[in-house]
Design a protein around this ligand. Structure first.
Ligand code: ATP
Ligand code: ZN
Length: 293
């Protein structure tokens, strides 16, 4: 029987959510402590647990068909390989948010990329940083570091850094200020972008349909309420991203009906207040666990 392999980060910022996403798709694994390989029990998809940096090349090299990794890492590898064949983003995921930003010492007069021509920029993302700067016509001298980029300006080895930021705490602790966002990144599911062999493609299609279902369900809410018949049109307008609400009779009250709807956009207190204002009562908002279109 044919199987697929998915590589995820073994331990780090993406590990837990990558595993949770696959588990939400109904995948269960026979875990082996410390081992890099978890066997898929109910669905023929196995897990490889590795360093995030290795994931793009494992996909390109055919070690696995799929991988979950930050767009920052994937783009660095694609640019490094000149042109980026053999790696393609299949689904953008809603976690691992961060930005690759330029930062300079608090005392520096540099206020953005345009002050960096000929200057030294330290980064762990040399290809991506060079590409993003040169798109703006800036040719900086890239100082490639394996880590601890934020101490480079203090050591006198760089004039600026390009590093991943999510809150900015690390920058402030090192007396650096963020001056420009070069790249916004999230985690994404990557594949080769080419059709898989006949025996594996249907498996990939099923997995992608389940992932889409999970992603849609995360955004969706099931809303139930009672409403005056006369206000139905107004209420349908207020329900965010609802298609074809279901109407049900309410015993003994001919002028009021029950309305059920799947809302595919965020349902906020403002929506509930507007619904109430339009005459709705008994409003309930429920999470949606699974969805298959
Ligand atoms: P590994 O041991 O797997 O190489 P790592 O230290 O390279 O781990 P993490 O720090 O766990 O990796 O980050 C993994 C990914 O998480 C990053 O490549 C990025 O896409 C994302 N990320 C989200 N927020 C941040 C952040 N504040 N700093 C760094 N990365 C972040
Ligand atoms: Zn890494």
């Amino acid at each position: 029987m044919s199987r697929l392999r998915v590589a995820i980060q073994k331990s780090g910022r993406l590990s837990e959510k990558s595993l949770a996403l696959l588990q939400s798709c109904g995948l269960r694994f026979a875990r082996s402590k410390d081992k890099l390989f978890w066997y898929g029990k109910d669905f023929p998809v196995d897990l490889l647990l590795v360093r995030d940096d290795d994931i793009p090349r494992m996909i390109m090299g055919g070690v696995c068909e799929l991988g979950i990794v930050g767009e920052n890492v994937a783009n660095e590898v694609m640019l490094d390989r000149n042109g980026g064949t053999g790696l393609s983003s299949l689904r953008k995921l809603d976690f691992g948010h961060c930005r690759l930003s330029l930062a300079v010492p608090e005392s520096s007069g540099i206020s953005g990329a345009d002050g960096l021509d000929g200057k030294r920029v330290a980064t762990t993302y040399p290809a991506l940083t060079r590409e993003l700067l040169s798109r703006q016509g800036i040719e900086a001298r890239i100082v490639e570091l394996a880590g601890s980029v934020e101490i480079a300006p203090g050591l006198g080895t760089a004039d600026a850094i390009a590093d991943l930021v999510s809150t900015g705490t690390t920058l402030r602790a090192n007396h650096l200020k963020e001056v420009e966002v070069l790249f916004e990144s999230t985690a994404a599911l990557y594949g080769t972008g080419q059709a898989l062999p006949e025996d594996k493609q249907p498996l990939l299609d099923r997995l992608l349909a389940r992932i889409d279902g999970v992603l849609q369900a995360q955004e969706s809410k099931y809303v139930m309420l009672h409403a005056p018949r006369a206000a139905l049109e107004r209420i349908a307008e207020i329900l965010p991203g609802a298609e074809h609400p279901t109407l049900m009779e309410l015993e003994g009250t001919p002028d009021r009906v029950a309305v059920h709807a799947v809302c595919r956009e965020g349902v906020f207190w403002e929506h509930l207040e507007a619904l109430k204002g339009a005459g709705a009562s008994a409003i309930l908002v429920l999470p949606v666990e699974k969805m298959l279109a």
